[in-house]
Design a protein around this ligand. Structure first.
Ligand code: RUQ
Ligand code: CUA
Length: 667
């Protein structure tokens, strides 16, 4: 989420926050970076050498994930997820369009905020990256072998899927908490907005992940008070059966939230015993609710996605499920909630708070056992703040957002308003070091930072404002990340590097865990696409009513066929292009003049389909868009489109100039 300091100034924040926010913004503009002397050597990855870590970074409003190397900061790829990507035809090809299907129909864009990399026993296992769609609630799963989005599941009874995706220790569940409370899908949703308190509900969904395939399914959903869920983290170690969700707007305001959702001194971190919830769901405590959501899966064998609409979800009401959900008071609209590598400490970051509260899991358990409550919130027991608190970090900075860990007992918290990262000791709560960020940091990431075993060597800041850090490009600037060395006592700035979209959360993982599994080609003999042409001899053109199906091969440096005649105005043409190459890094592209579509980029062994409806008669060039060989420029052809009533026979060829009549006679 994007906070602006002006917005903060309008809130009921304390005078200290107010003055501090103003000053810090002014003094930082034009700030000089203090990169350490040996910075260049530390980030230099020699030509041809590989980086030590992959950094998987959310793209925010570009709806994608991007992949960087750390420590170099070099960007390797944008992986299309929720947004159409003309660069490779994601969401434009017939095979990938179903991936963007939702209960609202085809949605070509979203806002991806958070990355969660799969873990086994609390440590990264290098299998999948999950990402959330904030706008039209969805969760995607990306394979870290193909770097392709393999699955997207929509979340019903949700709006603003921000508290998502966060995962349990063994990737048993991916969670999705709704930022906006809304009337439930199956209720009478046409209600006045000012009936918020009566009609609006919050939900968090637990999405099961299959251990071997990664396939997701919504196991159950908790029905919760109409508050706003912001972020979440699972426990680890002793707390592994628990999940913690930060919530704001416990005031249940439905207008001018910047004032009305900041009225109370404390909001909540909600603690959910997910093991118990799972047991309740299994034992029939849930109720099935009528909803509508899409579940989209990409099949690697036929390179084609299917979209299924599902009409039911299992809901659990805390009223029927005792000891499942508790509220912990947390000062001033908490944003991030993070659990340390041991799982004992849970850190809440109140955006408007002057301290950082650190909760103790052991104390939470004691407070629950002795029913040390401070009343209830809509029937959910509220634990006493002092009873569950390990302590507060005093005067840490202004506008705390997110915390990561180095595995050496230290926490690193990002501060939006004071534009800095503060390092502090988790047990003693003493501030140890602080370093400015340019400018206004949101999330931060330490490789392995959210896991049980962080690699405490680097830290990356993802900043909301770039200003003067790079050559200016008009009003719209690149986004920015900064790399720090955290191997010593003091944090040291090493590098600024630009990022695309708006980076929110990111995770970094040792390259060794991913690199070895990286897929190089799709085996052509395994291609089960119904329109695959697995060799030039299988290439053909077929008419089915007004549909013309071109089963085409691409190989260096020609298409088969490359001359096509007999297409008529009113036809819909499907170019099913199979790249029959079996060499790494030899894609071919395909484009048609005038197509209201993008190109498609076809990987070795893959089939992709471009749909084209000619709008006029004439000759239409086709060509390969990816410079694949010395004769790439020759990789081209023609399609002839004749009037609707013409009698030009369907004809296709490569390398011959047989008259059309010849071929027609053979048929
Ligand atoms: S958010 S800048 Cu959308 Cu993760 Cu905190
Ligand atoms: Cu194939 Cu250029």
């Amino acid at each position: 989420m994007k906070l602006s300091s002006t917005n903060l100034l309008l809130t009921a924040a304390s005078a200290a926050v107010l003055a501090g926010g103003l000053q810090s913004c002014k003094s930082k503009a034009g700030g000089v970076s203090a990169a350490s002397n040996d910075a260049a050597a530390k980030v230099y990855v020699a030509p041809g050498k590989h980086d030590e870590f992959y950094n998987i970074v959310s793209g925010g409003f570009n709806g994608q994930m991007s992949v960087y190397g750390i420590p170099s900061g070099r960007m390797f790829r944008i992986v299309p997820v929720f947004s159409q990507h003309p660069e490779n035809g994601w969401g434009f090809s017939e095979e990938t369009k179903p991936m963007l299907n939702t209960s609202h129909g085809f949605v070509p864009w979203d806002d991806l905020h958070h990355i969660a990399l799969s873990t086994t026993k609390g440590e990264h296992d290098g299998r999948w990256a999950f990402g959330n769609a904030n706008n039209t609630p969805r969760i995607a799963r990306v394979s870290l072998s193909t770097f392709k989005t393999e699955e997207i599941i929509e979340i019903p009874n949700s709006a603003g899927n921000h508290s998502s995706p966060f995962i349990t220790e063994n990737t048993e569940y991916v969670v999705a908490g709704t930022r906006f409370s809304v009337p439930l899908d199956n209720g009478n949703t046409d209600v006045p907005i000012n009936t918020y308190k009566d009609n609006f509900k919050g939900t968090v969904s637990f999405i099961g992940v299959d251990k071997t395939t990664g396939r997701m399914n919504i196991d159950f959903q908790l029905l919760l008070p109409g508050i706003n869920f912001d972020l979440a983290r699972a426990g680890k170690g002793a707390s592994k059966d628990w999940f913690f969700f930060s919530c704001y707007n416990s005031e249940k305001a439905n207008t001018l939230l910047e004032v009305n959702a900041s009225a109370k001194d404390k909001d909540f971190i909600m603690a959910v015993n997910w093991k118990k919830a799972q047991a309740y769901a299994r034992s029939g405590k849930g109720k099935k609710a009528a909803v509508k959501y899409a579940h989209n899966v990409l099949d690697e064998k036929n390179h084609t996605a299917t979209s299924t609409i599902i009409n039911e979800v299992l809901t659990l009401d805390p009223k029927d499920c005792p000891d499942m959900v508790y509220m912990m008071p947390c000062p001033k609209s908490p944003h991030g909630t993070d659990t340390d590598p041991s799982g004992e400490y849970i850190i809440g970051s109140g955006k408007l708070a002057a301290t950082i509260p650190v909760f103790s899991f052991a104390k939470i358990q004691q407070a629950i056992a002795s029913k040390n409550y401070d009343g209830n919130y809509d029937g959910i027991p509220v634990l006493k703040y002092d009873a569950v608190l390990h302590g507060e970090v005093q005067k840490p900075g202004l506008g705390p957002l997110h915390t990561e860990f180095d595995g050496k007992g230290n926490a690193y918290t990002s501060f939006f308003v004071s534009s800095e990262i503060v390092k502090w000791d988790i047990k003693s709560l003493k501030v140890l070091d602080r370093v400015p960020t340019y400018y206004s940091i949101g999330h931060l990431s330490i490789p392995g930072g959210p896991t049980a075993k962080p690699h405490g060597k680097y830290m990356i800041a993802y900043n909301k404002i770039t200003k003067d850090r790079y050559l200016p490009t008009g009003p719209e600037l690149t986004q920015s990340a900064q790399l720090f060395d955290i191997s010593g006592d003091k944090m040291k700035l090493l590098l600024d590097f630009p990022t695309v979209g708006e980076p929110h959360y990111a995770e970094a993982i040792p390259a060794a865990l991913v690199e070895k599994n990286s897929k190089k080609i799709y085996k052509i003999e395994e291609n089960q696409h119904p329109y695959a042409a697995k060799g030039d001899n299988m290439a053909k053109v077929e008419r089915k009513g007004n549909e013309v199906h071109v089963m085409m091969t691409a190989v260096r440096s020609h298409f088969t066929p490359d001359n096509i005649e007999g297409v008529k105005l009113g036809d819909v043409v499907y170019f099913h292009v199979t790249n029959v190459e079996q060499d790494w890094d030899v894609p071919h592209g395909f484009a048609v003049k005038g197509a209201n579509n993008a190109e498609i980029l076809i990987m070795p062994g893959e089939t992709q389909t471009l749909k084209w409806t000619p709008d006029r008669t004439g000759i239409f060039p086709i060509y390969c868009t990816d410079f694949c060989s010395a004769l790439h420029q020759e990789m081209q052809g023609y399609v002839r489109v004749s009037p609707a009533n013409s009698n030009v026979a369907l004809h296709f060829s490569t390398g011959t100039n047989k008259p059309a009549a010849d071929v027609a006679a053979k048929k």
